[in-house]
Design a protein around this ligand. Structure first.
Ligand code: ZN
Ligand code: ZN
Length: 274
């Protein structure tokens, strides 16, 4: 099984060294792990300027030397994308993409440089949040820079109580051009399992969006826990593999040098049961 979304001490919101996460991954039956630290581009973001590329790769080399015979360790990044910061993201990609196996493109900001956290939702309808957010996702997909899209329906995580009526079906039509862009650009999305263990108590995205993506011809899904501590490495991945299978997705993607290969879910589940 694969955990392709794990933060380390090179993210400003995480203090866990890679070695500890490698031990936890092996214990959890994870066979491939991608260390995907934040690469933030909004100047106001707490993580802006925090990521140290050279130190990250030195630490990755150390982890590979120590654990490489028991665990496949991928060079990854979670790159914050927004059309406002397009040029800065492009500079990072041009200079560094070739060094990575796997790059998540995530949108963490709405229009006007506001994070997609409360209180953004107080005076907006859900459409007011999701419409511009999904425009950004589509733009991220069309760049061709990313191996996968992170937590595609993350706005649902931060909905205030008054807006918990969120129904994925309301997004069906709005998602179609996003899926088209994904199929045309050979980019899919991750199932981010962090939503299962915290708000909103379901994966990001959940089964409905997976099913519609499959209906639109999408096949490229990755699995990641978005772990900020070693305690959650691998959490929810077996459940997610079962969910994918039920939604008509028979494979998850494995990556090397930003090239994805489908791996049958049946094979992963059989191996983890053995
Ligand atoms: Zn994120
Ligand atoms: Zn993350």
């Amino acid at each position: 099984m694969f955990d392709y979304h794990v933060h380390t001490e090179f993210s400003c919101d995480c203090a866990t060294p890679m070695a500890r996460s490698c031990v936890a991954a092996i214990d959890a039956g994870i066979t491939e792990i991608a260390f995907t630290d934040h690469v933030d581009h909004q100047p106001t973001d707490p993580g802006f300027g925090y990521y140290r590329t050279e130190d990250y790769f030195r630490s990755l080399d150390d982890a590979r030397r120590e654990f490489g015979n028991r665990l496949t360790i991928l060079a990854g990044a979670e790159v914050d994308f927004h059309t406002d910061t397009f040029d800065a993201v492009e500079r990072f990609i041009d200079a560094n993409a070739a060094r990575y196996d796997f790059i998540i493109g995530s949108v963490h900001y709405a229009a006007n440089g506001a994070m997609i956290y409360p209180p953004l939702y107080d005076d907006r309808s859900l459409d007011d949040v999701f419409d511009p957010y999904l425009d950004e996702i589509e733009a991220a997909v069309r760049t061709g820079w990313f191996s996968t899209i992170g937590h595609i329906d993350i706005p649902k995580r931060y909905l205030p109580k008054s807006k918990r009526t969120y129904e994925p079906a309301d997004l069906w039509e709005r998602l179609q051009p996003v899926f088209r862009a994904m199929v045309e650009s050979n980019v899919g999305f991750e199932i981010n399992t962090s939503g299962i263990r915290q708000a909103p108590k379901s994966s990001m995205p959940g089964p409905a969006i997976v099913r519609w993506y499959a209906d639109a011809g999408g096949t490229r899904i990755t699995t990641g826990t978005d772990s900020h501590t070693e305690r959650t490495i691998g959490a929810g991945v077996p459940l997610t593999l079962e969910m994918l299978r039920l939604c008509g997705i028979p494979n998850v993607m494995s990556f090397r040098n930003r090239v994805g290969t489908p791996v049958p879910i049946d094979r992963l589940l059989a191996r983890s049961a053995a």
